[in-house]
Design a protein around this ligand. Sequence first.
Ligand code: AMP
Ligand code: MG
Length: 488
Amino acid sequence: MHIPFEYTYQTLPERFYSRIAPISSKEPELALFNAELALSLGLSPDELLSSHPESLFSGNAFSEDEHTIALAYAGHQFGNFVPQLGDGRAILLGELVDTDGIRRDIQLKGAGRTPYSRRGDGRSALGPVIREYVLSEAMHHLGIPTTRALAAVTSGETVRRESRLPGGVFTRVASSHIRIGTFEYFAVRKDIEGLQLLAEYTIDRHYPELRREENPYVALLHTVIGVQAHLVAQWMAVGFIHGVMNTDNMSISGETIDYGPCAFMDAFDPATVYSYIDRNGRYAYANQGPIAQWNLARFAESLLPILAEEQKEAVSLANNAVQTFGDIFRSAWLQAMGSKLGLSTAVDDDFSLIEEFLNILLENEADYTNSFRSLHGLLLERSISDCFSEPMRKSLEPWLPRWRKRLEQESGSHAAVAETMRLSNPAFIPRNHRVEEVIQAAVEDRNFEPAKLLSGILSRPFVDQGEHERFMAPPEEHEVVQHTFCGT
Ligand code: AMP
Ligand code: MG
């Protein structure tokens, strides 16, 4: 099947990437396919499915392709700078302009080694492929900017990790793969021309309106600070922990990218960390705001040579921009959390109302997602004993009247408030123990039906799907997932 790929990234100089074709997988088979996303990319799902999709989505069909590339980037990993990273197990097939007119990268993860692979094998295990598929699609349906999942295939090969595991290839769709680390790559090489070309490309592709600004590069910095602050606030609102917020995993477009050891938390605790490799809790739930700001400071530093002619001026512009993060994040967080309580516009005074509710959850080790959804139930006139069990009921006693009083100030009708709450409080999130379950079925039995079922449920997260109550329940003690692992 002919796919009308375009290749604008290749208009950049050769030092931005390496030309590399996918290495064929032995016996690929299609596991998961996203027909809705294919359609939005202007591709016919029927045509795709009838023309050896496993060959397309394993990369086999592109093994002689001259247009595929791996992108160069650097990055701060757990605070340490690595001047040379790059797509070590990802290959960009090309770009498609979707039905909304937005240019999207189509990239394979796990399709073989690239010049950036270092000691890695360029392959993916099937487990992390399924994980990224389910989680990134869930994120999309929660209404949060993210890369998406077009397909997952089994490769028919095994990869060596701690043990031998079945391999897989994941097809990722992203509005681009430009990361903070891409800018760091050129900055550390003092490649000012490269930096400028990258900034120009980024503005053209993502933020063309910034062309009108007096200093488009300063405007780019401010814009990226804004989109990342909003993104992280939205993660917080759904209890998402990215797990590896290295600067090479933060997209300039403001999309969630690189689903490694990420997880949605069950019981509320701001100190929650799942990632096995994050031993010091650098990327714990509650650290994500400050870490985003730290990353954006690295972005600002990378841009210094092009922000202004005078270095002093550039430093001052960069500092001023990075300092805006706190207020932007705080108000994005207030907005996102406030709407979970039914507030159309949360103001500073609402901060303590939100914090106190979170403290009650913490004290009771209450489930984050379900507790908020239960508040929504309470608004629908369900009795408190239907919504909360003891001792939560007791803890909530002093707080509930405060909340109800605050809701009286809302101008919208009771129904409108309830709808705001429903649409801000998912009934369904990809719970770790359910995700593990579908991965296990895929890896051990090559059974992808559980993953499809879970994905289907998660495509309507705000709808009460009574028949799927099992997927709403927090884990039983023996089901709790303590650690998540990287795809590597
Ligand atoms: P990540 O932690 O997934 O963001 O990856 C960090 C870096 O390691 C990136 O440059 C990846 O391309 C590279 N990498 C991860 N896994 C592999 C692998 N199996 N083979 C080659 N490179 C890898
Ligand atoms: Mg990465």
